[in-house]
Design a protein. Structure first.
Length: 86
């Protein structure tokens, strides 16, 4: 049985709360309560972003990667090579 998108979002929220928000550290409540509150805050933020930001079509992403990011990577490669030689 797979967790689905809710399980993935919950796991990401737990990792984000531990890595970026200090984990169990908090001023008043016990540690597990702080982790749970921080996880719920990150989960609410994820859901809000998911509702507010429009989804990109895969074709537009691929076009953006080929037209913009690939030439930029070549420019960066040339720049890094020039800096390394000087």
């Amino acid at each position: 049985m797979e967790p689905g998108p809710g399980g993935d979002a919950g796991a990401f929220s737990g990792a984000a709360a531990s890595a970026f928000l200090g984990g169990w550290l908090g001023p008043w409540l016990p540690g597990p309560v702080w982790v749970l509150l921080k996880m719920l805050a990150v989960l609410a933020l994820l859901l809000l972003i998911g509702r507010l930001v429009p989804r990109l079509q895969p074709e537009r992403c691929v076009t953006l990667m080929w037209v913009v990011f690939l030439p930029l990577s070549f420019v960066d490669l040339i720049w890094a090579g020039t800096v390394a030689l000087l």
